[in-house]
Design a protein around this ligand. Sequence first.
Ligand code: MG
Length: 343
Amino acid sequence: MDKEKRTEISNLGEFGLIDMISEDIKTNHSSSIKGIGDDAAVIGEGDDLRVVTTDLLLEGVHFDLSFTPLKHLGFKAVAVNVSDVAAMNAIPTQVTVGIGLSSRFSVEAVKELYEGIKLAATHYNVDIVGGDTTSSRAGLVISITAIGEVKKSAISYRSGAKVNDIICATGDLGAAFIGLQILEREKQVFLSNPNMQPDLEKYPYITGRQLKPDARMDIIHEFKEMGLVPTSMIDVSDGLASELFHICKASDVGVAIYEDKLPIDKQTFDTAVELNLDPITCVLNGGEDYELLFTINQDDFKKLEKHPDIHFIGHVTEKDSGKYLVTKSGTAVELKAQGWVHF
Ligand SMILES: [Mg+2]
């Protein structure tokens, strides 16, 4: 390696880094059906396939223990993995749990963390089938791998979106990001004056969305019952714009979404305004909502038309038409994706 050359990871960004790592990784087994580049890998033979996904959560990067209860953290660590399984239209079945602990954690603390993990395992009906524990010098590390089942014909890849498909989003967006801003603000208030108690009661919904997200397995089970397979799907972990970019890139298409169709909760909207943030920017670029973003063929619209928690936010266009947000005044604004900026 050229000793003079040093490229900062921040120059590549998250997606550039993943592209670089995966560039010359080839798969050699016929059972490796889908490798890097979707919410989960797909493996197996025949019609009954498995999906596999891993997520890493680091103290100080993904969570702050000064305002995150350990039980919630344990639940969230499982939920974010289940969310990636859901994004493949698969049903989660097992998880393995890897934990790195520093000496400041007591046995009671580990018990509390595992209570959350076990609660999530029950909630999503997954078995905890293994893992590893080790000591850590850099705070708490949680790495969970989730496995799920799916029929070959039911998989929703990011790459299946077709021109004129309808773009759908579940739930509401931006809440987890705004919730995090409130939690961080109250932490600063507390640090500067420990006699001040955090004022969180005013914001139960958005702080809950940050601290205890729920993967949308309810929607996946409904799809199964109604025999609907989204043409493409991804979960919203990094923000709507970023997820739309992934679908566009994988499917070789463009998108048009409409500002007045974007699902935003009232508390999210009001708190964004209170914090001098643009609510739409929070919906587009705020992460960690763990809702599902998917596309459907227009023929399937009737099946979802009356669903109370699915929103039709736009449609898929030709690649050359680009990626646009149409504002309430009818102006088309080009979408920009950011991804996370931890580096
Ligand atoms: Mg994902």
